[in-house]
Structure formats: C-alpha cells, structure tokens
Design a binder for this molecule. Sequence first.
Ligand code: 13P
Length: 249
Amino acid sequence: MKNKIIAGNWKMNKNRIEAEQLVTELIPLVKDTKNTVIICVPFTDLCTAVKLTKGTNIHVGAQNCHWKESGAFTGEIAPSMLTELGVEYVVIGHSERRTYFGETDQTVLLRTKAALAAGLKPIVCIGETLDERNSGNMENVLRRQVVEGFKDITAEELANVVVAYEPVWAIGTGVTATDEQANDAIKFVRSVFAEKYGKKAANALYIQYGGSMNDGNAKGLLAMSDIDGGLIGGASLVATKFATIVHSK
Ligand code: 13P
C-alpha cells in the first residue's frame, strides 16, 4: 500500500495570526509521519505558512489559481505567483468553487494545465451531489468530470496530479460516506482513469477521499484498498485533530 497524502483545506478560515498559531502547533505533532502532509491555506496566509514550514515535512498549497500568467483578471492569482512564494500544491475545482463561483470541467482543465506548467501539483476535486447519487447518476457525473476535466492532461502530467473524490453531500455536513461508499466510488474513478492512461498509471494515481473526514473516522477510511489519503476541511482547523488523521495510517 502507498503512503497516504493528507491535506488540510482551510477554506476561508484563519487570519495571519491564527494561521501562525495553527501551523506552529501542527509542526511538532506531524513531524514523525511517513505520510505526505499538506496544508492548503487562504492566499493571505501563504507567506506565513511557507515561512514557518521551511525545513519541516509540511507542504503548502493554495486553494485556486488562474490559467493565465498575468493580465486583466481582477481577483485572480497566477500559478507563477504561487511557485514564486514556495507554494507546491493547489486545490483545483473544489465543489464550493463549482457551486458558488461557476467553475466548470472546462475551467478546471485550464487551471490544472496551467498549474502543472508552472510546476505546481494540483489537487483536482470531483464528486457528485446527493441528487445525482440518488437518481443513479453518480457514475455518469464522475466519468464526465474525469473525461472532460482531464481532456488534455498527458500521462506525464498525471503523475504530478492528486485527485480528491469529495461527494458534495458529505462536505461540511457531518455525513461521511461509509468506508465502502468512498472506496467503491474511488475504485470507479480509478477505472475511468485506467481507460485513458492504463492500469499502471491509474494505480499509481493518488485519489483522496474528502467530506467530513475527522479524527474519529479517518482510520477506517484510510484502511480501505483504494483510498490514498484525505482532503480535510473542518477537522484541519484544529491541530490535534488534523494530526490524529495524519497518524491514522
Ligand atoms: P469537511 O471536511 O469540512 O467536510 O470539508 C471537506 C472538504 O471540502 C475538503 O476540501
């Protein structure tokens, strides 16, 4: 089994002082893990996080980036602006961005491509809504998100991508997918990647689960055959909880 990739997605939480406190508390708690530890922080906390984690095993990610290198795109951040700070990862296509900010499979693809070109490792999020699952459309939706969202991504590029399967109905709701639900969906997603990139590349691909993962349920989820890590929202805002998840497997 691979080591896990455990990433915290702070979303729009923690100002500079709070970020400093959280990162400082987290560093000693996760220093002895074999797993990869990432914190994806608000843009305004990136400098703080990069500075504090220098020389530690914690990697820093942003939560979005644009596909152009510069220009009249008010409110957007270019990939090279992130790499220049020492940022290594970037969350792309989170369901909150798809739902509230008009993100589509096409813009996800553009952002992923640009992030890769700049040397960032994208954490690309996919996942179905409750309606889509209940109406029997889960596999169609996941397939579409993979086929459209990875249209131009080469096999070499895929090696630097992390995928996060986050069922929308489990995000921030306290309703976690069962270990089996999460594993089955990720198995399906992996099979779709295998169709395009082959079995070997699909098996090597890291696919995380996200959606109300916490210090209580992480162990079960991370023990499943196809779950290669977690993308954690709420529980990543508390150092001890996040550290427990990091050490769950
Ligand atoms: P929660 O862990 O708060 O449900 O959020 C999951 C998520 O959206 C991570 O990106």
